[in-house]
Design a protein around this ligand. Structure first.
Ligand SMILES: NC(=O)c1ccc[n+]([C@@H]2O[C@H](COP(=O)([O-])OP(=O)(O)OC[C@H]3O[C@@H](n4cnc5c(N)ncnc54)[C@H](O)[C@@H]3O)[C@@H](O)[C@H]2O)c1
Length: 307
């Protein structure tokens, strides 16, 4: 099959592209490299399966239209402005990329009859545990708000035009290739600091909890959902069901001092966030395979081999 992956050079995108190429599918990628690097796809460039790697913007109708001219069977839409602080500083940009960009993809898909898997986020939920897809929503940042808008837009294309779309809500994802600088994910930052024997800084009390999903499990979830006829028109969560506080995470990873620092955006923090993934299990037969302990080990080994 032919796949178009937006944001394919990003952290999760790179793992989705890897799986597709290993399975012999043909892949086109569009990514403007605003939060990633060409190096993330270097091992696949020049291979028979990576057909086009376009450095371009999903907000450009022209760039998106050209890729849809290749008649992809499925588009996996990952490209987004993902940084919460940046979305607070510049909400217009988040809405432009995350909503307008999604609209461009949906419109091109509609003209072409391409199935679209829209990768949304658990950040659309209100605080809580065992969140099902019908749990209360309460986006607390322009990032989360814009992702929810993109979901609604996509479901509108399903209802109005029967465009086959699926909405995916992975919980916080971590693993190799995630950024570990200030813009990165919490697990990557903690592991990098522990490797360098640098202090680990926790935003706020550290009692906030997360459900941490290893990136290869996230990539299989995305692919299984994107290929499933039963998932069309559905919203589906993916996580592990395990609740870990940031303090506990720091304890698992740290080998130096742990400090509590002021939270840069407490109003956007979700206190508890834990996934109920029973819908993914019953609809797709998907479940996570990697424990948090094993995922951290894999990430540490990867960082050590890349430092
Ligand atoms: N990482 C997580 O914990 C997590 C959890 C749930 C959902 N998600 C969602 O998964 C998707 C991928 O997230 P990620 O963590 O891999 O982030 P990422 O930033 O690594 O990937 C996003 C990619 O999109 C690209 N991009 C940004 N703006 C673009 C634009 N205008 N045009 C083209 N490309 C653009 C970036 O350069 C980047 O490569 C996002 O939609 C995000 O909302 C991520």
């Amino acid at each position: 099959m032919r796949f178009l992956i937006t944001g394919g050079a990003g952290f999760i995108g790179r793992w989705v592209v890897k799986r597709l190429i290993e399975e012999g599918h043909h892949v086109d990628v569009i990514d403007n490299l605003s939060n990633s690097s060409r190096a993330n796809l270097a091992e696949f460039e020049g291979t028979e399966c990576l057909k086009n790697f376009v450095v371009g913007d999903v907000c450009s109708k022209e760039a998106v239209g050209k890729l849809f001219d290749n008649n992809p069977d499925v588009c996996i839409h990952l490209a987004a402005q993902i940084n919460v602080q940046e979305s607070i500083n510049n909400p217009e940009k988040s809405f432009s990329v995350n909503v307008e960009g999604t609209r461009n993809i949906l419109e091109a898909a509609r003209k072409n009859g391409t199935k679209v898997a829209v990768v949304s986020t658990c950040m659309v939920y209100d605080t809580g545990t065992a969140m099902t897809e019908t749990s209360r929503l309460n986006p607390r940042s322009p990032y989360a708000e814009s992702k929810l808008h993109a979901e609604k837009l996509a479901l509108g294309y399903w209802k109005k035009y029967q465009l086959p779309v699926t909405i995916l809500r992975p919980f916080n994802t971590y693993g190799p290739f995630q950024r570990s600088d200030a813009e990165g994910g919490v697990v990557s930052i903690f592991v990098k600091n522990s490797i360098r024997n640098e202090p680990i800084n926790i935003f706020g009390s550290g009692e906030q909890t997360r459900d941490l999903l290893y990136v290869e499990d996230c990539a299989s979830f995305i692919l299984e959902a994107a290929l499933s006829g039963d998932a069309v028109g559905e919203v589906i969560n993916a996580g592990t069901g395990r609740e870990v506080s940031i303090n506990q995470l720091a304890e698992m990873i740290a080998n130096g001092p742990v400090k509590h620092v002021n939270h840069p955006h407490p109003e956007s923090e979700i206190t508890r966030l834990v996934c109920d993934y029973s819908k993914a299990r019953s609809l797709l037969g998907w479940q996570p395979k990697t424990s948090l302990e094993d995922g951290i080990k894999k990430l540490r080994a990867w960082m050590l081999s890349h430092s």
